[in-house]
Design a protein around this ligand. Structure first.
Ligand code: A3P
Length: 288
């Protein structure tokens, strides 16, 4: 079994898997945002893929061509991954982009452009559980060990992309005015058509009455689980082993309730509260 140091490189304090990153971040640092770019921002396991699919269909007014023919990670590439550079150069405008990086790591062109940002937040207890299973199936990540062991690493930020609290703090305080929209995974679970409408309004992209339910249907958990362009099943088993745990695993809010015992819940909640002490924003859900 490989150690944390062998599996991860560090870039500006964030552990990143060597299996998907090179040490060269020049392309990212010099990345030029365009005014009509849209950037999906998430901490891993918050609903990144879900938002990528919604965004594609909103921008294409419900047309399925790209959605059904190009894998989501190429349609909405991660700007921090050098391997995505050539795909980004081929994207037609308006470009859909994504990142798991912190706000203060963004290239300066984000600030000078009028690019829009959609930030998806998810209850950290569900992120913990989702990430625990993801670490079992993604072979470029460290074996998670027991849930107790993984929780300890998660709270210390010894996981890919570091601490959840650092991510949320950085983007919640982003100085982007009305160029940033916050939405939660739970809100999307509760009412997907309403969420699609909110997103299209934010992007000033009018959708027909018929397009909204169609997009919600194609972006339902069941439909995405069956779509090879969304479910990562085209990647080799050496990268993601869906027999260990499917990428499209459960797709619910509150799965933590059957995974965390009361001791784990208390420990997790108090650690997150402590990290967020003194912040001038509130979370959209209760941590209890
Ligand atoms: P679970 O492991 O809890 O099922 P990311 O894309 O940021 O890695 O997030 C993956 C999580 O989002 C997984 O959570 C996955 O099942 C969930 N997800 C993806 N598409 C979804 C959808 N259409 N509806 C609900 N959850 C979805």
């Amino acid at each position: 079994m490989s150690s944390f140091e062998e599996l991860y490189l560090h870039y500006r304090g964030l552990p990143l898997p060597r299996g998907t990153f090179s040490e060269d971040f020049k392309y990212f640092e010099e990345f030029n945002f365009k005014d009509d770019d849209i950037l999906v921002v998430t901490y891993p396991k918050s609903g990144t893929t879900w938002m990528k699919e919604i965004l594609t269909l909103v921008l294409n007014s419900g047309d399925l061509t790209l959605f059904q023919t190009i894998p989501c990670w190429l349609r909405v590439p991660h700007i921090e991954m050098k391997a995505m550079a050539k795909h980004m150069e081929q994207l037609a405008s308006p470009r859909s982009l994504s990142t798991h990086f912190l706000y203060n790591m963004m290239p300066s062109s984000l600030h000078t452009s009028k690019a829009k940002v959609i930030y998806v937040m998810r209850n950290p207890k569900d992120i913990l559980v989702s990430s625990y299973y993801f670490h079992q199936m993604a072979n470029f990540l460290e074996d998670p060990g027991t849930l107790d062991e993984f929780m300890d690493k998660f709270l210390k930020g010894r996981v890919f992309y570091g601490k959840w609290t650092d991510h949320v703090k950085s983007w919640k305080c982003a100085e982007l005015g009305d160029r940033i929209m916050f939405i939660t995974y739970e809100e999307m679970i509760q009412d997907l058509p309403a969420s699609v409408t909110r997103i299209s309004n934010f992007l000033c992209h009018n959708l027909s009455e018929d397009a909204i339910p169609k997009i919600a249907e194609y972006c339902s958990f069941k439909s995405m689980k069956d779509n090879k362009m969304s479910n990562y099943s085209t990647l080799p088993k050496e990268t993601m082993d869906h027999d260990k745990s499917p990428f499209m695993r459960k797709g619910i809010a509150g799965d933590w309730k059957i995974h965390l015992n009361s001791e784990q819940q208390t420990l997790f909640t108090s650690a997150i509260r402590k990290e967020l002490e003194g912040q001038n924003f509130s979370l959209p859900w209760s941590l209890d």
